[in-house]
Design a protein. Structure first.
Length: 564
């Protein structure tokens, strides 16, 4: 799928190529394997891979595995599946930041010798105090000017495991008075006694992202490092690292930032998503309420819809929030042309057709898609007992209500016109059954086939329908999370209590209905349009006795809205 747009990033790349700064385009996608990818990552993912495709270049997949405390091979494999699902491949190769730990260490020692880095002994709180604020310059650490030989000895002893966590860090020596707080002697190595899932216990010191990332880019020959806007303030540090290590690096990539993707009522933080999973507020990373790509795939979203969504919102330098309804529009637009139509009743109400012979059934042929004859037809059974939706009957009809009520006629989709004669109630006054009369001359091919009535209902036959479970989803959040404030420490997170209090208690509704018999034999992952109810995808939780369908997205104009 090619983009229909032109982006400012591509304009910048074309200028670079024209002026000879780079001879080919080489990008990279650098996810951290500490969780599953979500829709917010798609903008960067698609831009990285699509840019390489557009210019006949390469895109690397490089996992940023610099924090072994939270990383796992499960996440690596999940991210790889998601990239392939979206239709991309890492044509430039598969790499890990840990591939470059030796080179990072070599550069760190080189910087110490050259007076560009020093071992600091300030505690975390002291470092914060010395760093200054956004309006006041920082102060030099007491250890900033310690001899290079002493820092080199301490750094090697840090590597040897002689010091406790948090007691020492290696910091770049830049400028504590810089107006850019990121440039105030950032930490580039910390002590961390965690076994790494790839390197084992070889290391007890690990490079920081702002140090390891530009080194990885340069070592891989990346030409353009595309990233979200929050890294704009980090760009001077990115360039500083590459410049000061240029004697040991083969390339100097260019960093270009774009606004990240924000969607209303959607959790866009892996930290919060992890809370949902570990707190059992959802069934897992692929729970269809989650914004992860694996969850969207399970829910029935298509890669084409996701790519169209990212393409249509475009790339810009200005932060904005996209309405979740627009994502649903893209999904609905894609499924509308490809999903076969079937009938399923979510909230069943039994209908007895009193003038239909008790043991007689008749096959009715229905199209699988009204706009695509090549998708063929299917046969459904018509019998004396059928089910319709509970919402399709009102004992006392509202204004402009054209469905079933005593004395009114409707057409059953592809079948007959029926008239509601009587409703049967239980001891609580709830309607449990309708008695209706069939106009036997109103079926297709009969003299009354063209008789017009205002309402048309979907239905299923009690003779051969199958029970199924329908899972209906609403956004996880009742309201958007407040924007996270930027501080000298980074982003100030919403506390867990506030986050959990914003969860929507009605994000999942489970219904038990009846559907056409053929749905029991369909494969998991198959998506249908349930007439008048929306698009539904068969879930892996399905069993032969009870198929399970997730509602992917509702229809543009639902009957529920019309009724209101």
């Amino acid at each position: 799928m090619e983009s229909t747009r032109s982006y400012f990033i591509w304009d910048a790349i074309e200028e670079d190529l024209k002026e000879g700064r780079y001879t080919e385009v080489h990008t990279r996608f650098p996810p951290e394997p500490n969780g599953y990818m979500h829709i917010g990552h798609c903008k960067a993912l698609i831009m990285d891979f699509l840019t390489a495709e557009k210019y006949g270049g390469k895109c690397n997949l490089r996992f940023d595995d610099t924090n072994p405390a939270k990383e796992d091979t499960e996440y690596v494999e999940a991210i790889k599946r998601d990239i392939h699902w979206l239709g991309f491949d890492w044509t430039g190769g598969l790499y890990f930041a840990s591939d470059y730990y030796d080179k990072c260490y070599e550069i760190a020692e080189d910087w110490i010798v050259r007076g560009l880095a020093y071992v600091d002994e300030l505690s975390k709180d002291e470092m914060r105090e010395y760093r200054g604020t956004l309006t006041e310059p920082g102060r030099n650490s007491p250890w900033r000017d310690r001899p290079a030989e002493e820092s080199l000895d301490l750094f090697r002893r840090m590597r040897a495991g002689e010091f406790p966590e948090g007691s020492k860090t290696l910091r770049a020596k830049i400028d504590m008075a810089s107006p850019n707080i990121v440039m105030r002697d950032p930490a580039i190595y910390r002590i961390l006694y965690k076994e790494h899932w790839r390197t084992g216990n070889k290391w007890c010191i690990y490079p920081m992202y702002d140090f390891a990332h530009p080194i990885g880019d340069a070592l891989e020959g990346v030409s353009h490092s595309l990233c979200s806007l929050e890294y704009e303030i980090h760009r001077p540090l990115y360039d500083w690292v590459v410049e000061k290590a240029s004697n040991l690096l083969p390339a100097h990539p260019r960093q270009i930032e774009f606004a990240r993707l924000n969607i209303t009522q959607t959790v866009m933080s892996k930290r919060y998503l992890r809370q949902l999973v570990e707190g059992h507020y959802v069934s897992g990373w692929d729970d269809p309420r989650m914004p992860t790509l694996s969850a969207m795939r399970r829910r029935g979203y298509t890669p084409e819809a996701v790519r169209a969504f990212v393409d249509q919102i475009g790339m810009s330098k200005a932060d904005s929030v996209v309405d979740f309804a627009f994502l649903e529009h893209c999904v609905r637009d894609d499924l509308g042309s490809r999903a076969p139509r079937v009938m399923a009743v979510l909230r069943p109400l039994k209908v007895i057709l009193t003038n239909w012979p008790e043991n007689e059934t008749r096959e009715i042929e229905l199209e699988n898609h009204p706009d695509h004859p090549k998708m063929g037809t299917r046969k459904v059974t018509f019998s004396r007992e059928i089910y319709v939706e509970q919402d399709d009957f009102m004992e006392v009809p509202a204004k402009k209500y054209f469905r079933l009520y005593p004395g009114n006629e409707v057409r059953l989709k592809g079948a007959y016109i029926i008239r509601c004669d009587e409703c049967v109630k239980d001891e609580n006054g709830q309607v449990t059954e309708l008695h209706c009369t069939v106009d036997l001359d109103s079926a297709s091919g009969t003299p009354g086939a063209d008789r017009k009535v205002k309402g048309t209902l979907h239905w299923v036959s009690a003779a051969d329908c199958v029970p199924f479970e329908a899972r209906l989803y609403e956004p996880l959040l009742t309201e958007d999370l407040p924007e996270e404030e930027e501080t000298e420490e980074g982003s100030a997170a919403v506390n867990k209590k506030d986050f959990i209090s914003r969860l929507n208690p009605d994000s999942l509704t489970v219904l038990h209905g009846f559907a056409e018999g053929a749905l029991a034999e369909s494969e998991n992952g198959t998506t249908y349009q349930f007439l008048r109810n929306g698009y539904f995808c068969k879930d892996p939780d399905s069993t032969p006795a009870l198929p399970v369908f997730n509602r992917t997205v509702g229809l543009k104009d639902t009957w529920a809205k019309i009724a209101k």
